[in-house]
Ligand binder design. Structure first.
Ligand code: HEC
Length: 143
């Protein structure tokens, strides 16, 4: 066997050994159930197809509100679901959303504590967020 052929054979054996090790290594540990429940939403929310405007509201919502109200507004341990009869338009009109983001909310419907004013939000952003929330509410029979 020529020297260069020997080098190639050795290299191939090394690659095969590495491959066997890669395949036989234990699979990654599954996500901790505790971590899952901390981010889980309080209620299951059906997500509708969103229009472009609703989608931009969703992006703003994810940045400013989802931390407490849940990715799909189904609520978390930090805040209530907004996809809830309490927040239907006739009980909490769009103005209630503007005021909540601007001034915060003193706890009165739930036991999550007060909602702080949302830093970095303005009326235009909240109007977009409301468009998103109303679409999800409608898809869940809240109107
Ligand atoms: C730090 C957590 C937190 C964040 C962030 C947050 N909220 Fe809240 N929000 C709450 C809690 C807690 C309540 C419940 C207060 C109560 O007991 O009625 C609430 C209540 C509300 C209400 C009901 C207001 C009322 O008049 O009863 C609206 C509307 C609302 N949030 C919208 C938003 C919007 C929109 C955003 C993002 C721009 C947002 N929230 C971000 C925690 C939060």
């Amino acid at each position: 066997m020529s020297n260069s052929l020997r080098v190639i054979v050795v290299a191939m054996v090394a690659v095969l050994a590495a491959g066997a090790f890669w395949i036989s290594r234990p699979s990654p540990v599954a996500v901790q159930p505790a971590a899952q429940s901390a981010s889980a939403e309080t209620i299951a929310v059906a997500m509708p197809e969103l229009s472009a405007a609703e989608k931009s509201g969703q992006v703003r919502y994810s940045m400013l509100c989802a931390q407490c109200h849940g990715a799909n507004a189904g609520g978390t341990m930090q805040g209530p679901p907004l996809i809830h009869k309490i927040y239907e338009p006739s009980h909490h009109g769009d103005m209630a959303f503007l005021l909540a983001a601007q001034n915060g909310v003193r706890a009165h419907h739930w036991n999550f504590g007060d909602m702080p004013a949302v830093e970095g939000s303005n009326d235009e952003m909240v109007a977009e967020i409301v468009t998103f929330i109303r679409a999800v509410q409608r898809a869940n029979g809240i109107q």
